[in-house]
Design a binder for this molecule. Structure first.
Ligand code: 13P
Ligand code: SF4
Length: 364
């Protein structure tokens, strides 16, 4: 394998005429592409990182990842950047190049506190937008801006304005899986880990809850507050069914089933525990069940498996195509070329920041 050279379209040299440089490129410059050859030196430099993933990444695959891992970690230090990754990122990103990982709420808090001037967001577009809203003075990069989200694209700011006309005076609670345009029409944001707390914090008997219908139904089952819902769904979680979970339980009555609240109600009815991605990870690490079905995006089971080797994971594998747009070659390219920079219209950003800050400032 020594001497193998790995090159993809995304890792090819980037040359732009000076007059087409973006502000971030003018400020930080574009760097030449490093050598991505698998050598004994690369093997040595990344051995400690391979230790973390050796149970989930076969040794024959590591020579393809390792040159990128080494180059990204060196470049990250050189640029003074922080890499923030969601729990759904693939194991080589989550375990080998990310500085911090977490669920949407943790990532928002981390972005607000980050000391570095450059944030590389390994996740989907709304997460990068949230980071930019909370750190407007920083350069926020997303390795592929096409990484969208079916929930975020289910609703527009104009839709929210119409709802507010229909239900005057009813506060709007919006899941962070939404665009800045929608957040700009919102009173307070929530994530899957604090949605009930956020809804109850308003002290009213009715709220407009957007855009996830299933998360909304789950919240409604946990509170007396009435929720006016929108019919947005996560294209990954809506594919799970109660029938498939009953089949797992019939095959092994001792199996534990844990599910994300973006799942439909018949799925959550079968779950032993419902929580955000971070809450699911904590649940597995603390309880150490013999066998668990993680009803969520399936890269997360790989990431938790690396940290909980005694637990057997049953993997109904639904991948999020948007999260999977983020790859090591694109992260490297992003750091080399300072693209793609998240830019938000200042008039929208000013209004969209407030509901996220209100959420972050809520007492735990
Ligand atoms: P979490 O906030 O639970 O990480 O969820 C984000 C998400 O997009 C789940 O599909
Ligand atoms: Fe959006 Fe679902 Fe993908 Fe999460 S898993 S980013 S909610 S499409």
């Amino acid at each position: 394998m020594s001497g193998m050279h790995v090159e993809t379209a995304a890792s090819k040299s980037f040359r732009a005429p000076a007059d087409t440089l973006t502000p971030a490129q003018r400020r930080y410059g574009i760097l030449p592409r490093p050598d991505l050859t698998w050598t004994p030196e690369v093997e040595r430099a990344t051995a400690h990182l391979y230790e973390r993933v050796k149970t989930i990444i076969p040794s024959v695959e590591w020579p393809f990842f390792a040159p990128y891992v080494k180059a990204i970690n060196e470049l990250k230090a050189q640029r003074g950047a922080v890499i923030i990754a969601h729990n759904y990122q693939t194991p080589e990103i989550y375990n080998c190049v990310a500085d911090v990982v977490g669920d949407s709420l943790q990532l928002a808090r981390l972005a607000a506190k980050a000391k570095e001037d450059i944030i590389v967001q390994c996740g989907v577009h709304f997460m990068a937008e949230t980071s930019k809203l909370l750190s407007p003075e920083k350069t926020v990069l997303i390795p592929d801006s096409r990484a969208g989200c079916s929930l975020a694209s289910s609703i527009t700011g104009a839709d929210v304005r119409l709802l507010k006309q229909k239900y005057p005076g009813v506060p709007v609670v919006t899941y962070v899986n939404s665009s800045a345009d929608v957040k700009a029409e919102t009173d307070i944001c929530c994530t899957s880990s604090n949605a009930v707390q956020v809804v109850e914090s308003l002290g009213v008997d009715r709220v407009i809850f957007l855009p996830d219908e299933y998360l909304g139904k789950y919240v409604a089952s946990q509170t007396k507050v009435k929720l006016i819902l929108w019919k947005g769904h996560c294209e990954v979680h809506e594919r799970f069914t109660g029938a498939e979970l009953r089949a797992y339980r019939e095959a092994d009555p001792s199996v534990q089933i844990i599910a994300h609240p973006e799942c439909p109600p018949d799925v959550l009815a079968e779950a032993d525990f419902t929580g955000s991605t971070a809450h699911m990870i904590d649940w597995v690490k603390t309880r150490q069940p013999k066998r668990v079905v993680m009803v969520t995006e399936c890269s997360m089971a790989d990431n938790v498996a690396a940290e909980a080797p005694k637990v057997e994971f049953v993997r109904p594998c639904n991948l999020c195509p948007h999260m999977k747009r983020i790859t090591l070659p694109k992260i490297l390219d992003s750091l080399l070329t300072m693209t793609e920079e998240v830019v938000i219209d200042p008039a929208i950003a000013e209004r969209a920041r407030l509901p996220i800050e209100r959420m972050i400032n809520l007492k735990n």
